[in-house]
Design a protein around this ligand. Structure first.
Ligand code: AMP
Length: 399
């Protein structure tokens, strides 16, 4: 996908009311933000709007209040953090697009910043209710979408509002889409994709689409065992989706027909049962994937697979990674995921990590600076890798 959407730099925002959808869905504990990464990621756009003298009206969802006014999901904590980061007051509205928001939006001066309450306090938000979209649009002159994390959702504040206002992207959306779009459309080769995670069924279209683009597709994590089973191996008690065996065979045939190298783990960490609790100390052994005993399950890739996957990542010019290689929540079973994260960090390639668990792994391991791009959107980046058009981006004006 070539990025041809207008951005904030393509529209005159000075003196205008700009409704900017951000992804402020930050984790909190006992009323405190535990990671402000998403707020920080939105700062370039917010600062640009402020510096240009726009009247900035920010909005976002947080958690899943499902139309209920849950005080623990109020965005007030975000307003406080934003005020600190911006070094100026962020005016907090007490509703989403109601009387208080209208009054406060009308009173904004150039360069002021206000934040609406959690958009999902309103039932219509996730239904893309035109009434809410219109009410949001009525607050502003321009819509900016900078929420890549929710760009795969057609909600009132992510897409519906664009029916009523000129709509452009913020810097974060622009950056996410242009880096990932370039990697998919015009990658430097060899182009290697590494997929992991629990289930094949979650990644059907991603696998299918990536096989059109990559030189090597690496499959690890729980989903690898369905592929191994489809090759005729006994995988013991490992996670296997019996309904997807034919699909895996089809994908392996497609890879062969296209000359794509499909790498599955050659060895695996095995244990008698899934760890419970998930981080419990667990005795594991390493065996080749051709020799998984009937009473054991594969829970991580083994050292030979780690070395093979790492070598492929290091030899690549572009690497995209989504999904852990094993039950990484358990330190003993995190070795495969760590090895892949390390390989990306060590690689000179353009390295892209698509949100979620793999992004968290890179950050926790302190590799974030060594990766070209860590997406802020797990679900959104997966849909992007599937080749889908994201509603929160499709709704923006073309250049
Ligand atoms: P996903 O949500 O599809 O990205 O999958 C992430 C989950 O897959 C993590 O919670 C991992 O614990 C789990 N997972 C990874 N490898 C395996 C495996 N071999 N068996 C069972 N679960 C796994």
């Amino acid at each position: 996908m070539n990025y041809n959407k207008k951005s904030i730099e393509d529209i005159d925002v000075a003196g205008k009311r700009v409704l900017c959808r951000c992804d402020f869905n930050v984790p909190t504990k006992e009323g405190r933000i535990t990671s402000d990464k998403r707020i920080v990621a939105a700062m370039p756009t917010i600062e640009y709007l402020v510096n240009k003298g726009a009247k900035v009206i920010l909005c976002s969802h947080m958690g899943k209040p499902k139309g209920e006014w849950k005080p623990e999901l109020s965005l007030k904590v975000v307003a406080d953090r934003l005020s600190q980061l911006l070094g100026k007051e962020v005016i907090m509205a007490s509703d989403v697009a109601g009387e208080d928001s209208k009054a406060k939006a009308a009173a904004l001066k150039n360069g002021d910043v206000m934040l609406l309450e959690n958009t999902r306090y309103i039932k219509g938000e996730t239904k893309n209710d035109p009434e809410l979209s219109k009410a949001l649009a009525d607050l502003a002159d321009i819509f900016v979408n900078d929420a890549f994390g929710t760009a795969h959702r057609a909600h009132s504040s992510t897409a519906g509002v664009a029916d009523y206002l000129p709509a452009v992207s913020g810097y974060l959306v622009q950056k996410e889409v242009s880096i990932m779009g370039k990697a998919l459309a015009n990658p430097e080769r060899p182009f290697v994709a590494i997929l992991g995670g629990a289930k094949v069924s979650d990644k059907l279209n991603v696998i299918n689409n990536l096989l059109e683009k990559v030189d090597t597709l690496i499959i690890g994590g729980g989903m690898a065992y369905t592929f191994l089973a489809a090759q005729g191996y006994s995988v013991g008690k490992s996670l296997v989706d019996n309904e997807k065996l034919d699909y895996c065979k089809e994908m392996m045939a497609k890879a062969e027909a296209k000359g794509v190298k499909l790498l599955l783990p050659v060895d695996t960490a095995i244990a008698a049962s899934f760890p419970s609790p998930i981080d419990a100390e667990i005795p594991v052994e390493y065996v080749d994937c051709t020799a998984i005993p009937a009473d054991q399950m594969g829970l991580d890739i083994g050292p030979k697979a780690c070395a093979e996957f790492a070598a492929a990542a290091k030899a690549a010019k572009t690497v995209v990674w989504n999904g852990p290689m094993g039950v990484f929540e358990n330190p003993t079973l995190a070795k495969g995921t760590i090895a892949v994260a390390q390989a990306l960090a060590d690689s000179d390639a353009v390295t892209i990590v698509g949100g979620g668990d793999s992004a968290a792994a890179c950050e926790q391991l302190g590799f974030a600076n060594a990766i070209t791009h860590i997406s802020t959107g797990g679900g959104a980046s997966l849909e992007f890798l599937e080749g889908l058009e994201l509603p929160g981006i499709a709704c923006l004006e073309d250049k």
